[in-house]
Design a protein around this ligand. Structure first.
Ligand SMILES: Cc1cc2nc3c(=O)[nH]c(=O)nc-3n(C[C@H](O)[C@H](O)[C@H](O)COP(=O)(O)OP(=O)(O)OC[C@H]3O[C@@H](n4cnc5c(N)ncnc54)[C@H](O)[C@@H]3O)c2cc1C
Length: 410
């Protein structure tokens, strides 16, 4: 370690410095709010650039689950949604028999955003804002042990769902298509998103990971047949997602945010909004001296529980139930129907205790040997003040400290 690096580390131990581990949306949102409040913030990012888990692929910033528009929520938190975003209010959903249903909403169902390091991506915009606010962002800086006041924003720890497909260029017209069919995406969905000559096509699987290649090939041929999918310069991409209702999202006294805490809509596998929101909550808890546990439980807990119950129902009703759901979405305002589906209800309350059984158990994270471990899922080290080497980079198939290849688990 050079003298400069050693001095920087010493400064980081300073009581007034807050270290954010991970420069994903959750970490950067947190850093942004903290830095704007005048705190000294150091963001330590494992990889050499922002958004390295992503590849210029389109994602949806969810806007269907609440009355408040997600972009207004960001503005209210002081985050400028100055990344490229396209409001999507309609699209097509195919059922398992290949029948197309149009869905429409009076307000955007989601905002199409791009992920990765490129200009206009949400990742780059959040990075630029955090740095402009004064955050010191350090790349290629993998954290083994946290020192001093920290926020843990390291992303997913296990794969509850995976998405695999291609990003590409195309002459196709803009559009968005979704398919609910186990043949293409077991217990998940296949999707095709086209905008401005760029496209993303993928199978998002909640099961059957080992047959991922078959699902991707079936997804491609489905979209070729149904909508004339034509890809130029296709580049493969893939990733994994993790969702839990954590028993605690404070680890060794440090708030845990975003997907590292398991914050994600368990039905759709949408975690961006939760990542941003939880990052802001963690920052506020530090600035105002408020209890982060209480904040996330009040503000995120209800919708996380509904997501888990919705996932349980989705798995239970199967393709026939999905067909009924698609029909109800395609008649009337799809946004309103979805908001009802995401509102607290008696059914939800009654089913939650059963639904959560699946998402409560301690995760078996093959990248971690659970010895002296601080994993938020892991009973052993809930109060540990260290973050050991059990990071999500193993999701790329690398060898972890425990010597277990991530890939071997799926
Ligand atoms: C293929 C795919 C498609 C998706 N589509 C959608 C979608 O359409 N809509 C949606 O809402 N969500 C979607 N998601 C989920 C969404 O991408 C995540 O929920 C979101 O990125 C979580 O943000 P985060 O900040 O918690 O974690 P991440 O974005 O994973 O960021 C964590 C960061 O921490 C860094 N890090 C980890 N460990 C360390 C360490 N020890 N030291 C330093 N740095 C570390 C990582 O390198 C990474 O940069 C998708 C996910 C995938 C994989």
């Amino acid at each position: 370690m050079s003298t400069l690096e050693r001095r920087a580390r010493e400064r980081d131990k300073d009581e007034n410095t807050i270290t954010v581990v991970g420069a994903g949306p959750s970490g950067l949102a947190c850093a942004n709010v903290l830095a704007r409040s005048g705190r000294r913030v150091v963001v330590r990012e494992w990889h050499a650039e922002v958004g390295s888990r992503f590849h210029g692929d389109f994602q949806g910033l969810e806007n269907w689950s609440s009355e408040e528009d997600v972009l207004d929520g960001l503005r209210a938190a002081g985050i400028d949604p100055n990344f490229d975003h396209v409001p999507i209010s309609e699209g097509a959903v195919f059922d398992a028999e290949g029948k197309e249903h149009r869905v429409r909403s009076n307000r955007p169902l989601y905002y199409l955003v791009r992920r990765g390091n490129g200009s206009g991506t949400i990742d780059r915009a959040l990075l630029t804002q955090a740095m402009a606010a004064g955050a010191d962002v350090r790349f290629s800086d993998r954290v083994g042990t946290v020192v001093g006041r920290s926020v843990l924003a390291g992303g997913p720890r296990a794969a509850d769902a995976i998405a695999v497909g291609y990003v590409f260029e195309t002459d196709m017209a803009d559009g968005d298509w979704l398919v609910l069919d186990n043949w293409l995406a077991p217990l998940g969905y296949a999707y095709l998103l086209i905008h401005g000559g760029q496209g993303t096509v993928a199978s998002c699987m909640f099961s059957g990971f080992k047959q991922q290649e078959q699902h991707v090939q079936r997804t491609l041929s489905f979209f070729r047949d149904k909508v004339g999918l034509a890809m130029r310069n296709p580049r493969r991409f893939g990733g994994f997602a993790n969702f839990r209702l954590p028993r605690a999202a404070v680890q060794g006294g440090h708030p845990v945010v975003g997907e590292q805490a398991g914050f994600q809509d368990a039905l759709a596998g949408f975690g961006l909004r939760y990542a941003l929101h939880s990052g802001v909550l963690a920052a506020r808890s530090i600035i105002d001296g408020a209890d982060y546990e209480g904040l996330w439980r009040r503000q995120l807990g209800p919708s996380l529980r509904i997501g888990i119950t919705n996932r349980f129902l989705f798995n239970a009703v199967g393709p026939i139930g999905w067909k009924v759901a698609i029909r109800s979405l395609s008649t009337g305002d799809a946004g309103q129907t979805l908001r009802r589906f995401y509102s607290p209800s008696l059914v939800n309350r009654l089913l939650f205790p059963i639904a959560q059984l699946r998402y409560r158990r301690v995760l078996r994270d093959p990248s971690c040997d659970h010895r002296d471990c601080g994993c938020v899922w892991c009973e052993h080290g809930r109060d540990a003040a260290t973050v050991p080497d059990c990071g999500p980079g193993s999701g790329r198939g690398s060898q972890s400290r425990g010597g277990v290849s991530w890939k071997s688990s799926i």
